[in-house]
Design a protein around this ligand. Sequence first.
Ligand code: PGA
Length: 243
Amino acid sequence: MGKNKLVVANLKMNLTISEINDYLKFINKEINNPNVVICPTSIYIPYFLKQGYQVGLQNSFYESEGAYTGEISPKQAISMGVRYTLIGHSERRTHFTETDEFVNKKIKETLKYKMVPIMCVGETIEQRSLLRTERILKRQIVNGLREIDVSDLNNVYIAYEPVWAIGSGEVPSNEEISRVVDYIKAVVFEELGYDNIKVLYGGSVSDENIGELNKINNLSGYLVGGASLVPSKLVTIINEVIN
Ligand code: PGA
């Protein structure tokens, strides 16, 4: 349990409007909590906002406006009341060749508008088996947070999402997650001089394993993908972590 822990639901590119309507009916007041952030496909955001939910983008752009067909800027998002955005999710890094440099530009743009970026980092299974997890995370963190003012870091979350754990049903042990989270915090302290970075865990978080995962005491919350598509599972996770 923890009053200030965040549960972020990443719905990815799922659900039709009629499914969204059913979803909203089911989750109702459980997610009407400032520490629950729903990241639906962008076209559905107004439906969530209308019911008072805290909403996030799944991605945002690094310019505020202009000829960038298909993109959404932090300036636009904040004008709608959307405060959070994922940045650098592994699916964007993989399918849209999003680099650390892009991630860095995008984070800087969100901070200009006082949005809360959730920067996703994580190693692949190959990198893990070659014992390169720390090296990879350090690169992603140092490049992703380059030239960001220390005073802005209290507005930033890092989501540790091992790529091999996303959507696979496999989850690292609590000890492993906790050790990596300590490492992430140490890198942010050593490289940026900030000792209080908030770290989320994501990757196959479910209604079944949240009780165990919630025992990890250096985390500030969870980023939930697949399980958040099933309202009863999301509600179980929220009740465990927040309520
Ligand atoms: P998952 O996705 O919970 O389905 O593993 C997490 C994510 O991609 O953020």
